[in-house]
Ligand binder design. Structure first.
Ligand code: C2E
Ligand code: CA
Ligand code: CA
Length: 698
């Protein structure tokens, strides 16, 4: 019977309704019947009286005559006629002397309704009428009426009335119930069934049907309103779901490239590791870092750099397809997980194809930009068994590969660990190098083509490690920059260079010029210009004989700040040279804005001159740029007479390289200057007994 889940049958609205209607109808029916019965009783009582009086009136005259004549027979006859009426119990003609002239009598009616009817009408009603036809008085007429007859009829009528009332009430109640259940309960039950079949996840997809025939009443309105509500719930639910999905995406994916982020990658690697452990499979994790992305970031604007990252990630993703899983580790680093590999060469192939993806230049703001990448690879389970180790080692391998050369890949090998540890050790040693007087300067001559003589030198830092011997600045300068030891070391270089230059000037080489390299970190040092001014003053050096070399990459980190710093130096009067020109993102824009006096063509463009067409073009272009900006041009890495001839012919003013001399000790350098007549070709070998300038270690 229970059609709707959750509603007990006794609680059904229709049953409740039925009960209420029944109760009301019955009560009302009984009440109305009782009123009717009461009225009936009243009328019946009056009727008894009326009939009795009619009877008395009817026999008044004959009874008066009989009393007048004292005719008993006549009196008896008159009274006998009354007995025809069943309700007449006693009738008598009483004379004034209290004797009865005539009397008729019948026994009381033995009715089973007596008890009730006696209560309502009294059992016997007595009526008297004086017998006075004229002015005389003959006695009285007495009539006693038995009410049981009228009472019986009244009770029977009342029973019918009450029953009929109750039956009518029940019938009405049932009818009401039927109507209600047809019009309300059944359509509602149907709606409830529909409602319960609605998917709570998508409440708007199924609409409630308007019950037939109820389109325009409250039920129809209810259904339409409910449908509107469902649609609205659905809409808001979908908004919420979208927002949730967005939050989920943001927390798991990189906002820019839409690749999985570092945390998602870590989880994914974990999953891969678990699977691979069960099935004894190998996984390769490739860490891909873009080369020199920082410089690129500084060169193009922020939006363009982000755009490039998106394009790079698109290419990588396309290259990988469904062969591997890719995510973004950080700024310019991506990680690629290759599961189920059989041989390490598969990872190498993947690395190679990823690197190749970046061969084609990227076009940003109508400019072609070349980006390369370096990849470090670790293998599970050979190189490590947990996510962090594997990722860290892949990153190490990548960093090591970058430090060797860009645009290549490198497997993680145990030696990298050692290498990293050795690096750390070396970094600590470097920290002590100044104090331990292990640093020195070498001087590489610079030749002027117009004057045909050596005009100066570049001071190059040397570190003589007690165990490892001479270590290349290419190796230890980045370390010193990383640890910020470059600040004291750079200051030491400046001080010693100035001291040396002063010595040479005093020894009679007044025009000699000395170039000193400034690191990016030194360029950010707010005190650098003051310090240079102080040193120039301390060693009485004409400012223009001190040349400061900075690279493009070091000024590009913060163009505005660099401009201010360089201008401050320029104001002191020193010469400024732009080192390694052509290797960065040589943009003519900043050459104009910066107060350079000289550009140094990087040695990579001087190589193979004049045979290498491409390099010839580059060198020619740089010389032209120098001319149009009014800058001197010096070529680095000049090793042969052919190079020199070509450079001089093209209008390059100065040269530096092994052809004129390797970096020499101060002593050897000044020896070379003194024997200028024997030049060129009279080059000496680096590593001769150049003196160590350790006087200013503090
Ligand atoms: P750089 O400033 O470009 O210095 C020129 C480098 O080219 C020197 O290497 C020099 O030995 C080398 N070189 C010169 N002529 C030739 C040549 O004809 N052929 C070849 N193949 N190489 C030649 P070095 O001394 O190893 O210095 C490497 C780099 O270390 C320098 O590059 C410079 O960036 C940095 N560096 C050296 N000393 C200092 C310093 O005192 N402070 C800073 N911040 N950096 C320094
Ligand atoms: Ca230099
Ligand atoms: Ca250089």
């Amino acid at each position: 019977m229970d059609t709707q889940k959750g509603v007990h049958s006794a609680e059904h609205l229709s049953i409740k309704l039925l009960k209420a209607v029944l109760l009301c109808a019955c009560t009302l029916g009984i009440l109305l019947s009782l009123v009717q019965v009461f009225l009936d009783a009243h009328l019946s009582s009056a009727d008894i009286d009326r009939k009795a009086r009619e009877l008395l009136a009817m026999i008044h005259d004959p009874a008066s005559k009989a009393a007048d004549r004292l005719d008993t027979d006549m009196g008896q006859e008159v009274l006998n006629g009354l007995l025809e009426m069943k309700s007449v119990q006693v009738a008598a003609i009483r004379l004034d002397d209290a004797s009865n002239l005539a009397k008729v009598e019948r026994p009381i009616f033995a009715s089973r309704y007596r008890l009730l009817s006696d209560y309502i009408f009294d059992s016997i009603r007595i009526y008297r009428q004086p017998l006075e036809p004229g002015k005389e008085h003959f006695g009285e007429l007495i009539l006693s009426i038995d009410t049981a007859y009228e009472g019986k009829a009244f009770i029977q009528r009342s029973v019918v009335v009450v029953f009929a009332g109750i039956i009518r009430a029940i019938a009405m109640a049932l009818l009401m119930y039927l109507i209600c259940s047809t019009l309300l309960t059944r359509p509602m039950n149907r709606l409830i069934r529909h409602l319960s079949s609605i998917d709570p996840e998508a409440p708007g997809q199924q609409q409630l049907p308007v019950p037939e025939g109820n389109e325009n009443n409250e039920l129809g309105l209810w259904v339409r309103t409910a449908n509107k509500l469902l649609t609205s719930i659905n809409y808001h639910q979908s908004l919420r779901q979208k927002a949730e999905a967005r939050i989920m995406r943001l927390s798991q994916y990189d906002y820019l490239t839409r690749l999985p982020n570092r945390r998602t990658l870590q989880n994914q690697i974990n999953t891969f590791i678990q699977k691979a452990t069960n099935k004894h499979e190998n996984i390769a994790i490739l860490c891909l870092g873009l080369d020199d992305f920082k410089s690129l970031n500084a060169q193009v604007n922020f939006n363009a750099a982000e755009h490039i990252l998106v394009k790079v990630s698109d290419r990588l993703r396309n290259c990988i397809g469904n062969k591997a899983y890719i995510g973004r580790l950080g700024e310019d680093q991506f990680a690629i997980i290759q599961s189920k590999i059989e041989q390490p060469y598969e990872a190498a192939e993947m690395a190679q194809s990823l690197i190749r993806q970046l061969d084609r230049p990227f076009e940003i703001n109508n400019e072609q930009l070349t980006i390369s990448a370096t990849v470090g690879i670790t293998l599970f389970p050979d190189d490590g068994e947990d996510v962090d180790t594997l990722l860290q080692q892949a990153e190490f391998a990548m960093i090591m590969a970058k430090s060797r050369s860009h645009n290549r890949y490198q497997f993680y090998v145990a030696t990298i660990d050692t290498e990293i540890r050795q690096r750390k050790r070396l970094e600590m040693d470097l920290h002590q190098a100044l104090e331990n007087r292990e640093l020195s300067l070498a001087f590489q001559p610079q030749f002027n083509y117009q004057k045909g003589e050596l005009v100066g030198a570049e001071a190059l830092l040397r570190w003589n490690h007690p165990e490892k011997g001479v270590i290349s600045p290419d190796m230890f300068i980045p370390m010193a920059e990383h640890s910020l030891d470059i600040i004291p070391i750079g200051n030491w270089v400046l001080e010693n260079a100035c001291q040396q230059l002063n010595k040479w000037h005093l020894d009679g080489h007044q025009n000699l010029r000395l170039a000193v390299n400034l690191s990016a970190i030194q360029l950010q040092d707010q005190n650098i210009a003051d310090r240079i001014a102080f040193l120039l003053n301390k060693y009485q050096i004409p400012p223009e004989t001190l040349e400061l070399e900075v690279t493009e990459t070091s000024i590009i980190d913060d163009l505005e700040a660099s401009k201010v710093q360089l201008q401050n130096m320029k104001d002191i009067g020193v010469t400024l040279a732009l080192d390694d020109f052509g290797t960065g993102y040589s943009s003519l824009g900043y050459l104009k804005q910066f107060p350079f006096d000289k550009i140094k063509i990087d040695k990579s463009f001087v190589e193979d001159l004049p045979d290498n067409r491409e390099n010839c073009g580059i060198v020619e272009a740089i010389v032209q740029i120098g001319k149009s900006f009014g800058l001197k041009v010096l070529a680095e890495g000049v090793e042969t007479v052919e190079q020199e001839t070509y450079l001089a012919k093209k209008g390059c003013q100065e040269g530096q390289g092994y052809y004129y001399g390797k970096p020499l000790s101060a002593h050897d350098f000044i020896g070379l200057i003194s024997s200028q007549g024997a030049l060129p070709g009279n080059t000496q070998v680096e590593g001769g007994d150049y003196e160590t300038l350790g006087d200013n270690n503090d």
